[in-house]
Write a new protein. Structure first.
Length: 158
């Protein structure tokens, strides 16, 4: 065997043949271009979502509306994260927290059982009755308070 046999003889003959110098060289198949195009579209979609998308951190609450006044009941630990002006969402309606009292109240027998059930509360628990400014009919609702809103691109830039 020769010491310079890195390439096969047939390959060397094909490359050095003058009549094949102008032939089309097939670099990749259409399937590869399809996969590449799909990956590019996905990357562009992720970039657009990263710039214009929104991620929210929410807290589920029970909201009771009686006599035109809306109150949501949260534990004292959860109330520490709430401030006036935070967004409240209930069944397609949006409102805001009007005020967060500093003193909790004890749940007594006068609380509606359905409210206790929805909130996962029981008689004897301590809760903070947060005032909510929202226009919805009287009743008991489950809703959410938006604690934080962040753009996904901020994870990359920070």
């Amino acid at each position: 065997m020769s010491s310079n046999t890195i390439f096969r003889k047939a390959s060397l003959d094909r490359v050095s043949s003058p009549d094949q110098l102008n032939d089309y060289i097939k670099i990749s198949r259409p399937g590869v271009w399809l996969i590449l195009g799909t990956v590019i579209v996905l990357l562009v979609g992720v970039c657009v979502w990263g710039v214009f998308g929104i991620l929210t951190t929410t807290q589920g609450v029970v909201i009771v509306v009686e006599e035109g006044k809306a109150l949501c009941y949260v534990t004292p630990e959860e109330a520490k994260n709430l401030v006036s002006g935070m967004e409240v969402r209930v069944e397609g309606s949006t409102g805001s927290i009007a005020s967060v009292p500093s003193r909790p109240v004890k749940i007594t027998d006068r609380f509606d059982e359905y409210t206790l059930y929805l909130g996962g509360l029981k008689t004897g628990d301590w809760v903070v009755a947060v005032n909510v400014d929202i226009s919805i009919p009287e009743g008991v609702y489950t809703g959410e308070i938006v604690l934080e809103t962040i753009s996904p691109i901020s994870f990359v830039l920070n």
